[in-house]
Design a protein around this ligand. Sequence first.
Ligand code: G3P
Ligand code: CA
Length: 242
Amino acid sequence: MSTKIFAHRGYSAKYPENTMPAFLAAHQCGAHGIELDVQLSKDGVPVIIHDEAVNRTTNGKGLVKDMTASCLTKLNAGQRFKWLNRKAAIPTLEEVLDWLSKTNLILNIELKNSVFPYKGMEEKVIKMVHDFDLSSRIIYSSFNHDSLVKIHKIDSSAETAALYKKAMPVPWEYAKSIHASAIHPHYRNVTKELIETAQQHHIQVRAYTVNKTKLIKQLISWKIAGIITDNPCHALSCLESS
Ligand code: G3P
Ligand code: CA
């Protein structure tokens, strides 16, 4: 099975992260999938933003959980790229799923619920995915592994992936113990042996966040299941030349 390229926060190397322009650009360059981050607004709407606060990526200030979806979606999320006159808003998950349903992309939804537990987040996200009939194209990931267990309890067919930053002794066994079908390690934890052993245990490995050419090529040669990258166009060109 060939390596799948996932656009980390969309095509975030060139477009404002976690915005529709970044997702559209990733699709246009031929990415197999998109990775994005979900948090809940004050009125319980799943919105796409990486940080718990809006300060870094938008022209606003404050915590996502203290702002309504209506306020959040009016902010300019194109600050870093000075997209001041073009639409680069914080999208809602519903908006992204609606667009995604018209493509053939895979979507990796990262639930950002390690800092704030966001009551009812898993139920809301899963219901929305079901409403759009997109379950077969969704991978749920989180650093909060209790949340992944909860997702499995709500929908035992949901594909979940354990995100982790520090090395784990036997991550494939750990993944099985929490009903995850994949591990999403920081790239520093990935070896050829890890990929091969995990695959023997039917656990997929997708590394984040891989931007350097040498490493992308190495992971492809090791037949990793997925590469999560800020620059999907570049990773795809590495894949094509492999
Ligand atoms: O899903 C992999 C990666 O997105 C996890 O780290 O901080 O970029 O969300 P972060
Ligand atoms: Ca993420």
